[in-house]
Design a protein around this ligand. Structure first.
Ligand code: SPD
Length: 357
């Protein structure tokens, strides 16, 4: 049996089911690029608890050693990599202009500069709602991407939660939409948006506090062309958020945008998400890996991610990224608008794959 398959067998025996050979190869490949645990996660696209278990097994087998919080491949590790043809993911080959997003944020430099200035005093990301804000470059790239797909000008748009990214505010600044509704459970964010929207006299925007557990009122159903969200990644939460988004869509051809990460869910769960999207009448038109870069959050040390990490060192740089999904709603889609029960909401963020809340 190959060494990689031996490692995989041991990881599975430890109780992890959603794992396959490619995950082990990606971890080994990542370690040829970095000795930093968090950067290794970034390179290998794997949930933190799974990466931690793989490192533990690699260490026990003498394939890596940990010195001063750095994870270092041993001569045995380097030999396995060579013999089994492991190749690292090479982020350095991506387009430098757009950083792999397909559209550089500076395509609208005025929008970017205005946004950077306005967001300076934004509310800090808090643990309560699993907040973690994307960089201003990401937020502006999202808006330009949405515009590039014909989903901004003259459209009715709803931004559902995740306003810690200020995507709703950035869309408001374009003034290109027909109607914009921003909802979020965190009143600090809604107040922040409303203050700026009022000061700048931007019309046809409403920002209001809304708890996504509650069904939408009739006047929000079937009213929008586009929804934008960033769902928590337990399956049940994902389904609930996306169904809520689709319930707001007016007509076939309407679209939805959201982020999905491989840092808090496995590729196996992505398969389940994608099947669900097809089953509820959508098609996935775009998936752009590493589109969304999240700024490190202050509560990291309190999280399961840091607790399971094999090092005490905290992330020094951006390591948490997500893919940007675009879906379209096809003829025959259904609107689901049910109450999300408390017991589902209680398990919204954390499970065996999620660890950053
Ligand atoms: N807790 C860290 C920040 C998490 C941000 N949520 C990303 C969700 C992607 N669907």
């Amino acid at each position: 049996m190959s060494k990689i398959l031996e490692i995989l067998k041991e990881v599975k025996e430890s109780g992890i089911k959603n794992i396959y050979k490619k995950n082990i190869e990606n971890v080994l490949g990542a370690l040829t690029k970095t000795t930093d645990f968090w950067k290794m996660i970034d390179y290998s696209n794997i949930p933190v608890p799974y990466a931690a278990k793989i490192i533990e097994i690699l260490k026990n087998k003498g394939i890596v050693e940990i010195k001063n919080d750095e994870i270092i491949l041993t001569p045995l590790g380097l030999e396995i990599i060579k013999e089994e043809g492991v190749s690292a993911i090479k982020k350095e080959l991506r387009c430098e202009a757009c950083q792999g997003r397909t559209i550089p944020f500076y395509k609208d430099i005025e929008l970017y500069r205005t946004f950077v200035e306005l967001q300076k005093d934004r509310p800090k990301a808090i643990q309560d709602f699993d907040q973690g804000s994307v960089t201003p470059e990401t937020t502006i790239a999202r808006v330009l991407f949405i515009d590039s797909k014909g989903d901004l000008e003259g459209k009715n748009i709803i931004v559902m939660g995740a306003e810690d990214d200020l995507t709703g505010l950035a869309i408001a600044l374009t003034r290109k939409f027909k109607k914009l509704l921003i909802i979020d459970i965190d009143e600090r964010l809604i107040e922040f948006d409303n203050k700026i929207i009022k000061e700048l006299g931007i019309e046809n925007v409403e920002a209001k506090v809304w708890d996504l557990r509650n069904p939408y009122p009739e006047d929000m159903l079937g009213q929008f062309d586009v929804f934008i969200t960033d769902p928590p990644e337990t399956f049940i939460a994902f389904k609930a958020f996306i169904e809520r988004g689709i319930a707001t869509i007016k007509d076939e051809g309407g679209s939805g945008y959201f982020g999905l990460t491989l840092r808090d869910s496995s590729i196996f769960r992505w398969k389940k998400f994608q099947k669900e999207l097809l089953d509820i009448g959508c098609v996935i038109t775009d998936i752009i890996q590493d589109f969304n870069d999240y700024m490190n959050w202050d509560y990291h040390e309190e999280t399961k991610a840091q607790k399971v990490a094999p090092v005490n060192k905290k992330p020094q740089d951006i390591w948490y990224r997500s893919a940007w999904y675009r879906i379209e709603v096809l003829p025959g889609f259904k609107r689901v608008n049910e109450q999300i029960p408390q017991e589902i909401f209680d398990k919204l963020y954390l499970d065996e794959e999620g660890s950053t809340t």
